[in-house]
Design a protein around this ligand. Structure first.
Ligand code: BGC
Length: 280
């Protein structure tokens, strides 16, 4: 049996990372490849770097390719660019990559990719109900999964808390920028997740991003209604989730194409019967 594989590419503020993923278990099939995100992170420069990450693995035509982006993505188009170059807004990233490498790709928000990755293979595996994931990094990426369905492009990192954008207040970068010690940062996180609970009533909260490696320093101190747990896929969640979503959409596309073919065949048979001359 051939392995089901998809390629995931994770575009971040400092690095672009890629790896082929075994869709059976969400594990990397080769060592992750990483190159620095070009600065300034303009569309032309970033697309060139994405293409380099893809060609590194020479994926066959049957391998779906998923790419994350740190902004809202609607039908392949970048709608917001909070932490990347402003020139991204309005750019169709799916088309740009397709034109560069000559094949279709799937582009999705980085928080969504991480959330879906955790749902398929990590901390939320098999979880019914409402799962909320927040990645705490330069910004706050979020994902909302309700009964296994991803509600794409939730931007709960931009809730207003104490008059401040939540990611300015509670992201990992906020901790560094405001010089907060753990206790002070925990107070900010407590406030942030209380607000989330008030609005979404999640059954499970997952915290990702680089700082989740130090989860024992802050997660046990948060007092919330829902269990709050660290992400299990750590920095691989974006790559794994992008690969899994690309594979899902690829499969749906194939099913739809098969369905259309069957319907075409049925219509042709129906027509053939109708035009058959009556016997004398
Ligand atoms: C963006 C989100 C993104 C998050 C993490 C935020 O500033 O608005 O779309 O998911 O940063 O990169």
């Amino acid at each position: 049996m051939t392995k089901r594989i998809a390629l995931g590419v994770d575009v971040g503020g400092t690095g672009i990372k890629a790896a082929p993923v075994n869709l059976k278990n969400g594990k990397f099939l080769a060592e992750r490849y990483r190159i620095p995100t070009p600065q300034p992170s303009t569309p032309a420069a970033v697309v060139k770097a994405i293409a380099r990450c893809i060609t590194e693995f020479k994926p066959g035509p049957e391998v779906p390719i998923g790419i994350t982006f740190p902004g809202v993505i609607l039908h392949g188009v970048v709608m917001t660019a909070a932490n990347v170059d402003d020139s991204w807004v309005g750019v169709n990233l799916e088309h740009l990559v397709r034109d560069r490498i000559g094949r279709d790709v799937t582009v999705l928000n980085d928080g969504d990719a991480a959330g879906y990755g955790e749902f398929k293979y990590g901390a939320a595996h098999g979880e019914d109900g409402v799962v909320f994931l927040a990645t705490l990094g330069t910004g706050i990426g979020t994902a909302l999964i309700a009964d296994g369905q991803l509600v794409a492009n939730t931007e709960f990192g931009h809730l207003i808390i104490n008059g401040e954008d939540a990611e300015e207040y509670a992201a990992e970068s906020a901790r560094e920028r405001h010089g907060l010690d753990w206790d002070a940062w925990i107070a900010h996180l407590q406030r942030y997740f209380e607000e989330i609970e008030k609005l979404l009533w999640p059954d499970l909260i997952i915290v990702g991003g680089g700082v989740s490696k130090s989860h024992h320093m802050f997660l046990p101190h948060l007092k919330l209604r829902a269990p709050i747990v660290p992400a299990e896929l750590l920095n691989g969640a974006g790559i794994v989730g992008a690969a899994a979503v690309a594979a899902l959409l690829h499969q749906r596309g194939e099913l739809r194409a098969k369905d259309a073919k069957n319907r075409e065949k049925q219509a042709a048979q129906h027509l053939a019967k109708k035009v058959k001359k009556p016997e004398k």
